[in-house]
Design a protein around this ligand. Structure first.
Ligand code: TRP
Ligand code: SF4
Length: 332
């Protein structure tokens, strides 16, 4: 019996942070034990919003790959690959575009949200509208049975299921309907209390050494009502406590909550204990990272091998798709 298959992906945004760890990578690493996994660095998706200014894509791809490997994604068990090195994704995207009604894409929530959030860019493009359909192609081309994603991506998987049903209706059962494996994501705020994001400058990066982690956590915002050391605080409104919940042991969480409410501990102490746990959690990453960070050639070799493996699977699916859609000729 072959293992059920999983695919997920990330855009090549450069260095990853703790939010990526709690929101995706920790989960992906575990899934490698039970599933046949494909992990995609989706460079074409990056272009749907950054087409006017592609930036250092290759550098960013490399950084993501290094962080993935440092976090424990395992190239011996999973295919780590670059989307554009498997051009079959584009062919499937094109064919799916034939059967996908435009209103299905227009009603995906991220479409209007992103357009209004990124007002300075013209996102009235064909490629941006097709973003979730390209994602469907990413998933379907591996006949993935499940997709581990956070809540924000759930509508994209739902769209994929609809596209699968429509395709199979027209042309026969080619694709399985992928399940959404919702990753229960602990809230991981950045040091300013907002969502952790590289563009906010509030992120703790996987490549930050322990001193930098401590330095960044020290001035982190706390319960704003706790002004003096003698004021009791409320952990439920404190972003530091959110990080405790994501990284600290239950004992430390209880210590922080209780100490905070009774003014038994100060915020500096609380954050310093948090830093201990964060650094401890990053120990395995610190250990694995240098062998990849210092050897880009090795990392590119891993991506080459992963992309080849992905391409073999993708090519086999495209044979099925071409047959189903009657794209068969006596010549090739
Ligand atoms: N849209 C996803 C994100 O922004 C990235 C992505 C692209 C993806 N293709 C995918 C995720 C396929 C899961 C499966 O996070
Ligand atoms: Fe936040 Fe800890 Fe300070 Fe309480 S003691 S306000 S939980 S940092």
């Amino acid at each position: 019996m072959s293992k059920p298959r999983i695919l997920s992906g990330m855009r090549p945004t450069g260095a990853l942070h703790l939010g990526h760890l709690t929101g995706a990578l920790d989960n992906w690493v575990r899934l490698q034990d039970t599933y046949d996994c494909f992990w995609a660095i989706v460079d074409w998706h990056a272009l749907t919003t950054d087409y006017a200014n592609p930036g250092p894509i290759a550098e960013n791809v490399l950084e993501v790959a290094v962080d993935w490997l440092a976090a424990g994604l395992d190239p011996d068990r999973a295919a780590l690959f670059v989307q554009s090195l498997v051009p079959e994704h584009a062919e499937l995207h094109l064919l799916l575009s034939m059967v996908t009604p435009v209103p299905w894409l227009e009603r995906v929530p991220s479409y209007k949200d992103q357009q209004s959030q990124l007002q300075e860019r013209d996102l009235s493009t064909y490629g941006f509208l097709g973003y979730p359909l390209l994602q469907s192609a990413d998933i379907m081309i591996y006949k993935a049975n499940a997709v581990p994603v956070g809540e924000d991506q759930a509508p994209h998987i739902e769209l994929t299921r609809e596209v699968v049903r429509r395709f199979n209706n027209f042309y026969g059962e080619v694709f399985p309907e992928p399940q959404t494996l919702l990753t229960a994501t602990p809230r991981t705020p950045g040091t300013d209390g907002r969502k952790m994001s590289k563009s906010y400058g509030n992120a703790i990066l996987l490549k930050d050494p322990p001193e930098v982690v401590r330095q960044k956590l020290k001035p982190m915002v706390t319960d704003p009502a706790r002004v003096r050391r003698t004021d009791p605080g409320n952990p439920d409104v404190c972003p530091v406590f959110d990080l405790h919940k994501a990284f600290s042991t239950p004992e430390t969480q209880a210590w922080a909550a209780q100490g905070c409410r009774t003014a038994g501990i100060g915020c500096i102490e609380c954050k310093s204990r948090l830093a201990d746990h964060v650094v401890e959690r990053m120990a395995a990453i610190y250990e694995r990272r240098p062998q990849f960070a210092s050897r880009p050639d090795t990392v590119w070799d891993i991506l080459r091998a992963g992309s080849r493996k992905a391409r073999e699977t993708a090519a086999a699916t495209m044979e099925d798709v071409r047959t189903a859609m009657k794209l068969r000729y006596p010549i090739s």
